[in-house]
Design a protein around this ligand. Structure first.
Ligand code: MN
Length: 719
């Protein structure tokens, strides 16, 4: 029988009204798309999607999932597109294929458990439909089954990923047989020597074990029946990986692992569970310390069962679990006790609940006659409140939905956040307001000059980022207040014949009088405008009362303009000072900054903030304590005066050419100085009004093109 027919009859078996024709078409499509491609084994490529579809059918999934299994590699490996698949097989199949393709592109590198956990959540969040994960698991299972055809490095990478990501996912979803097979296959490639040895040891004793299981099963059944306990008994050998784990945990060789066989007794009531326990303990000697009553004291995930270990026939230790059918259902399909207890690390209680819900959905699916009905509605939004993104190193960060690159930067390190000046997402520059999406790789661009600003608070979603930004803004404001306060008090002091540094003692007294903890506090209060400098001078130097009133008041009004947010915009300077755009601003004559120039501001008493170009020499001479961050806000259309020096041949008519260039660029000349030099050249300095740097560059370019012009330079306006 062709494998396709096997799949079809399997699907028809659990889903009588299934659209088998669609599955056939999907097979034909995949066979044609992959035509000519072969697997590493040499088989035609289509044998892989067929095998995947086979596993999907074994999981009794719906027709769309089976089709998606057949088509899952078409988009990635052939010329077929998602749209094409959508046109032929419908949106749902296209969505699943697209989902599986996307998951396949997520880069995974070996990480510690927390990272693996985040990666698993990322897969679930990105899948958005549980079927995407299930198809992906089936894909992985077939890949693992045929891993022997790949080179060793690939084997190791894929096996590691399987062990860390896919086996735990299968476990979480309650698909025990897939989990077990994935683990044993990964084990085989990751610890080949140990695996081969253990497999040989187990095989050697296999017949013996089966017989042993059979004997114990029969004995339990008989004893229970004799005592009137109705039950089902199941014995099974543990899978290799779990035996190996046990050998490692207990530091014992295989021969000493006696409870490699476990027995499960399923009965009808809680009372019969305890009854059955009594029977077991009566039949065989219990091992002290191994009895656990999870019926009276259920595990946090609601798992209930009685566990015991006894010395069974031939002196072998055997594990016995006793529970009711209902308890068994929870244990098998409920939130995985395995996840929590066998894999060591506990997961958040919250996550457990989410998986419990998912498990219930999976469970209820089994009771439906038509699986389509149910699966159509299973869109997973398990982690819809989080978004998972990669660092450039491949770590996964979980952030609240709606987070921006700044949140990510602070999640990496607070200094990265503090100096975050931009971000690249999947290699592309994005604005800081960009909302992170699942699977994005984020690279933060930092700059030593960058500092958090108030606008960031509107963008960030994480408390961490918010707290750090607020802290820095406060510190910065405090520093500014200290600088301003000191300046203001000093000026007022000078009017009274002293200075801040000379009047240290008096200032301490003034601080006490004005109810400030210390001098710093006093200066800050002045900086914030809560206390006036005059009040300080009056308190510090009672004898000099009244001195210097006028200038200090003038300074106070400047302070108010600077530090308080004015609700009505008075003028538009086109400049934001420390994020505020309503501060009194003037442009330094020495360098005449233009919108577009990198700029820096200096607080100047009586004149608000003076804006210099960052590369202005004079700016460097100014007191760094008065330096303040300024930037263009892009709102102003104001004209700015600039000076341009043109060195040219001293030829008649050239000046007319030059002035025509200004006119061509719609720039007015406000002043012109022209002089001839002894070597037959002319130096011309023009003062012109321009809107911004781009316009100036246009003028300079146009002037440079004139024949006879040697050089064109922007110069200081005052020069
Ligand atoms: Mn595949």
């Amino acid at each position: 029988m062709h494998q396709l027919d096997q799949i079809l009859s399997e699907v028809a078996g659990y889903h009588p009204s299934a659209d088998l024709a669609l599955i056939r078409r999907a097979y034909t499509f995949a066979a044609e798309a992959h035509d000519g491609q072969t697997r590493k084994s040499g088989d035609p490529y289509v044998t892989h999607p067929l095998a995947v579809a086979q596993v999907i059918a074994e999981l009794k999934l719906d027709v769309s999932s089976v089709c998606a299994g057949l088509l899952h590699d078409c988009v990635e490996d052939t010329s077929a597109t998602v749209d094409q698949i959508g046109d032929i097989f419908g949106k749902e199949v296209a969505f699943l294929v697209d989902g599986v393709t996307k998951l396949g592109k997520l880069p995974y590198s070996t990480r510690e458990e927390q990272q693996a956990e985040n990666f698993r959540k990322m897969l679930l969040a990105m899948a958005r439909d549980i079927r995407v994960i299930l198809v992906k698991l089936c894909d992985r299972l077939d890949n693992m089954r045929s891993l022997n055809h790949l080179p060793p490095e690939k084997q190791e990478r894929i096996a590691t990923e399987t062990m860390q990501i896919y086996a735990p996912l299968a476990n979480r979803l309650g698909i025990q047989w897939v989990k077990i097979e994935l683990e044993d296959l990964a084990f085989k490639y990751l610890n080949t020597g140990e695996y081969d040895q253990l497999a040989a040891d187990v095989a050697k004793t296999r017949a013996e074990r089966l017989e042993y299981i059979h004997t114990v099963e029969k004995t339990i059944q008989k004893e229970m029946a004799d005592h009137g306990v109705p039950c089902e008994v199941m014995g099974r050998a543990k899978h290799l990986w779990s035996i190996y784990q046990k050998m490692k945990r207990t530091q014992r060789p295989f021969e000493d692992i006696h409870d490699a066989i476990g027995f499960r007794v399923i009965t009808d009531s809680q009372m019969h569970c305890y009854h059955a326990l009594g029977v077991a303990h009566q039949t065989w000697t219990p091992i002290p310390g191994r009895f656990k009553d999870y019926i009276a004291l259920p595990k946090p995930n609601l798992y209930q069962s009685l566990h015991t270990a006894v010395i069974g026939p031939r002196g072998e230790r055997i594990e016995v679990q006793i529970r009711t059918q209902e308890m068994n259902l929870v244990a098998e399909h409920g939130i995985a006790a395995h996840w929590k207890y066998k894999e060591g690390k506990p997961v958040a209680a919250d996550d457990d609940k989410k998986f419990a819900w998912l498990r219930q959905l999976m469970e209820s699916q089994k009771e439906l006659r038509d699986p389509t009905e149910f699966l159509e509605s299973v869109k997973i939004d398990l982690f819809g409140d989080e978004v998972y993104v990669f660092t450039p190193g491949g770590d996964v960060k979980a952030l609240p939905k709606g987070s921006c690159p700044i949140d990510f930067a602070y999640a990496v390190h607070s200094s990265v956040g503090d100096h975050c000046s931009g971000a690249r997402v999947n290699g592309m520059i994005v604005p800081l307001r960009y909302q992170l999406r699942n699977g994005d790789t984020i690279e933060i661009i930092t700059s030593p000059n960058q500092k958090p600003n108030k606008d960031w608070l509107k963008l960030v979603k994480t408390t961490r980022a918010r707290t750090k930004i607020r802290y820095l803004l406060r510190t910065e404001q405090r520093d500014k207040a200290i600088a301003l306060g000191t300046d203001l008090i000093d000026k007022a002091m000078r009017k009274a014949g002293t200075t801040v540094s000379r009047a240290e003692k008096q200032l301490q007294a003034a601080a006490r009088e004005l109810k400030c903890v210390n001098t710093d506090e006093l200066i800050i209060q002045v900086g914030y405008g809560k206390i006036t400098a005059q009040q300080v001078v009056d308190a510090a130097l009672p004898d000099a009362k009244g001195a210097g009133v006028a200038p200090v008041e003038k300074a106070e009004s400047l302070l108010k303009t600077l530090m308080r947010k004015v609700t009505r915009r008075t003028s538009s300077s086109g400049i934001k000072v420390a994020g505020e755009d309503d501060v009194l601003v003037r442009f330094a004559k020495c360098c005449s900054p233009l919108p577009g120039d990198p700029v820096v501001g200096f607080i100047t008493r009586g004149r608000g903030v003076t804006v210099h170009r960052r590369d202005c020499d004079k700016g460097l001479d100014l007191d760094p304590e008065r330096r303040i961050d300024v930037d263009w806000d892009g709102t102003s259309n104001a004209q700015h005066e600039v000076a341009i020096q043109v060195l040219c041949a001293d030829k008649p008519g050239l000046l007319a050419h030059i002035s025509q260039s200004f006119t061509d660029q719609s720039v007015n000349i406000s002043q012109a100085h022209c002089r001839a030099t002894e070597d037959g050249r002319a130096v011309n300095t023009f003062h012109a009004l321009v809107r911004d740097l781009d316009q100036l560059k246009g003028v300079i370019r146009s002037l440079s093109r004139i024949k006879g012009v040697y050089s064109v330079d922007r110069v200081a306006a005052e020069a």
